[in-house]
Design a protein around this ligand. Structure first.
Ligand SMILES: [Zn+2]
Length: 689
């Protein structure tokens, strides 16, 4: 199954197009201003020796600048904005000057520890930062065809190959990302060392002896280095009283469960936090930091895709060689090259088994995540101190961390799973997380964001212009810019439609086929699909039947959240298609559905979520001033929907009444917190009938 570049898909969607316009016209420029204001870009000027001052921000702050460049490149691929080009060009030139001659670039060490590198791989995100640089370089090359940033990345990646290809098992990054980046770099350069290094980074996980002690030593070293940097800062300020120090913007209030930090320490010592607890084929549960987990699984799935692509080619090649050598009479000697070559298919059989094992481990982890460790919004990560997964059915709505980046990581993983397994469930979860857990992360104006995404808020949570760790905004922007990539896929006989987002493209399924989607989702269920091959051709069209359209969820309690993507499947239309513009019409069920939590999820008895189509709804206090949204009891027989054109850009709201006759107004969860600080809840008490 192949994917399309977002550049080849023209999105014309009444829901997404305005969102993408805000992303390209406002969000990306706002983010650059914030990076400058928080001196993240200055760190590179300091490293290049072009400015005096003191480095500011987290040790991994470089990654935020790279992720911005990645997002800007992907946006530029769709809208060649000269102002954006100018910002990118000057930053790329700065990176070239800040990079060391051997390819190394990590401003924390360059400025504070010029003679140290790769000393705290489990804690300090050095490889993670290089990963985001490389991803930016690949995106920039794909967007512009230019090599200036790509060459910077190749220089850095070649250093990584030199230093890490033949290294010990403890040489992995505590925060996965470099693996994805190296695979993407391999795809544009064809250089196999990058793919092999990514594979080795993945295979090394969970193989460090006494990992807990290793982690403790690294953490201790990190703390010592941090103390030293703080001393350097004080010395600098003493010598330069004119230096204006500043504080990074604060976080939202996060309600912490008891022992949250202690759990993080134990989780890290046991290796779960950074997915170092077991070799990759034995990692069959979602554990630890949920962004790291998602990036690791994405990389594993990408490796499987590469292996799947290589297998037929390598098998075909080996068979040709065997035939040629047999014809030359060389095959009779069991020690001859041809005999060894004839064994190659068996070696590849082992390769195939290895892929199957990897996919099986991922499928088990996915199943457990979806059935026991995922919030009803699609949010991931129940323990704030850990920023990650809790125990099975541990899904407190108020403690929910559900970092925006965790749902983004899940999107990347689910897309890869859709491609390698051809199972509709992955695109179904992609849709649910895209519209809910991810979309909630960016405010309607593009200049405010949510970092963690609880499902119940009594106060203290608002959208902020920036965060002390600003990883989510540019991650959102790069993913929104790439939305076109996730709608279609194809091979020589098949065309898949994964998402019903209005768009047009041409795919090659043996013949070029123009395909166009006209969708009224998520507000109305009408979808029209036009299929027009260049000439008469036989191929299969696979249309995802959304899980939310096929069942009555209130009767089932198969998952913790009440949402079950496993009910999705592809409806296949197999026929001869003609160049006549053939139109398929659908009308998805957009009725209001109530979903209950699994009985094992504590505190959810007698509560429901309200959903309609792929959207989950919430009560926000601003719409319900006369009701205590946390104690209100919904009378389900009173529910009705209505399109409210003046509300938050136009949205379907759901009206209902409490059992004592007071009005309730639900809005889509992704729209909450766009009108100042308020209270909010997704789970609402229901009157038993
Ligand atoms: Zn984030």
């Amino acid at each position: 199954m192949q994917e399309l570049s977002a550049r080849l898909v023209n999105i014309t969607d009444s829901f997404w197009s305005p969102r993408l316009a805000v992303n390209a016209g406002k969000a990306i420029f706002h983010q650059w201003k914030q990076l400058e204001a928080t001196r993240c870009i200055d760190n590179f000027r300091l490293a290049a020796g072009e400015k005096d001052g003191f480095r500011e921000g987290w040790f991994f702050a470089d990654s935020d600048a790279y992720k911005w460049l990645d997002a800007a490149s992907r946006i530029y691929a769709l809208h060649a904005d000269p102002e954006l080009a100018s910002l990118m060009d000057s930053f790329i030139a700065l990176l070239a000057r800040a990079q060391m001659p051997d390819g190394y670039i990590f401003t924390y060490n360059q400025l504070h520890f010029p003679n140290q590198r790769w000393v705290n791989l489990q804690v300090e995100h050095e490889l993670y930062c290089h990963g985001h640089l490389i991803e930016a370089g690949v995106s920039h090359c794909e967007a512009t065809g230019r090599r200036d940033l790509l060459d910077i990345c190749i220089k850095a990646a070649d250093l990584l190959v030199h230093d890490f290809l033949n290294a010990t098992n403890d040489k992995t990054c505590g925060h996965e990302e470099i693996e994805i980046a190296l695979i993407r770099l391999y795809r544009v350069t064809g250089k196999e060392e990058y793919l092999e290094l990514a594979r080795r980074f993945v295979e090394r996980r969970g193989r460090t002896q006494l990992y807990g002690i290793h982690w403790l030593l690294q953490r201790n070293s990190f703390l010592k280095r941090k103390t030293y940097v703080n001393q350097l800062r004080q010395d600098f300020i003493a010598k330069h009283p004119e230096h204006k120090s500043f504080r990074l913007p604060g976080d939202n209030y996060t309600k912490m469960p008891r022992f949250s930090r202690l759990r993080q320490r134990i989780n890290a010592l046991r290796g779960f936090y950074a997915q170092q607890h077991a070799p990759i084929r034995k990692q069959t549960s979602p554990v630890g930091h949920s962004v790291r987990f998602g990036y690791l699984e994405t990389a594993v799935a990408m490796l499987c895709r590469e292996q799947q692509n290589l297998l037929p080619q390598r098998l075909a090649l080996s068979r040709v060689e065997v035939t040629q050598r047999t014809q030359r009479g060389e095959a009779s000697n069991p020690y001859s090259l041809s005999y060894l070559v004839s064994l190659v298919p068996f070696v590849f059989k082992k390769d195939a088994d290895e892929i199957t094992n990897l996919i099986s481990a991922m499928e088990q982890a996915w199943e457990r995540m979806v059935t026991r460790r995922m919030y009803s919004t699609g949010g991931l990560g129940a323990v704030p101190g850990l920023e990650g997964f809790g125990d099975d059915y541990e899904l407190d709505p108020e403690y929910a961390y559900a970092e925006t980046c965790a749902s983004l990581a899940s999107l990347f993983w689910n897309w890869e799973m859709a491609l390698i397994t051809r199972n509709a469930r992955y695109s179904d979860l992609f849709e649910w997380q895209l519209y809910n857990a991810t979309n909630v992360g960016m405010g309607l104006n593009g200049d405010t964001y949510l970092y963690n995404n609880p499902l119940a808020v009594h106060g203290g949570v608002t959208r902020k212009e920036w965060y002390v760790v600003p990883c989510c905004p540019s991650n959102l922007s790069r993913t929104f810019a790439d939305l076109g990539k996730y709608i279609y896929s194809f091979d020589e006989n098949n065309l898949w439609i994964h998402q019903y987002v209005s768009s047009e493209t041409t795919v090659d399924v043996g013949v070029p086929v123009k395909v166009k989607i006209e969708s009224e989702l998520p507000w109305n269920g009408k979808v029209r699909i036009h299929v027009k091959p260049e000439k008469k051709a036989e191929f299969e069209l696979h249309l995802r039947t959304p899980s939310w359209g096929v069942s009555n969820p209130s009767e089932k309690l198969s998952t913790a959240s009440g949402y079950d993507p496993r009910e999705s499947n592809y409806e296949t239309i197999s026929r001869v298609w003609t160049p006549e513009d053939e139109t398929l019409n659908f009308n998805f069920d957009m009725s209001i559905k109530l979903r209950r939590a699994h009985p094992k999820v504590k505190g959810h008895e007698g509560k429901v979520t309200v959903t309609r189509g792929q959207l989950i709804y919430c009560l926000e206090s601003v719409d319900n001033p006369d009701v205590d949204i946390f104690t209100a009891r919904l009378d389900p027989s009173t529910l009705s929907d209505e399109f409210a054109p003046g509300l938050l850009g136009g949205a379907v709201v759901i009206h209902g009444k409490t059992t004592d006759g007071k009005s309730l107004t639900y809005i889509p969860y992704f729209l909450w917190a766009n009108r100042g600080e308020s209270q909010m809840t997704v789970w609402v008490n229901i009157a038993y009938q």
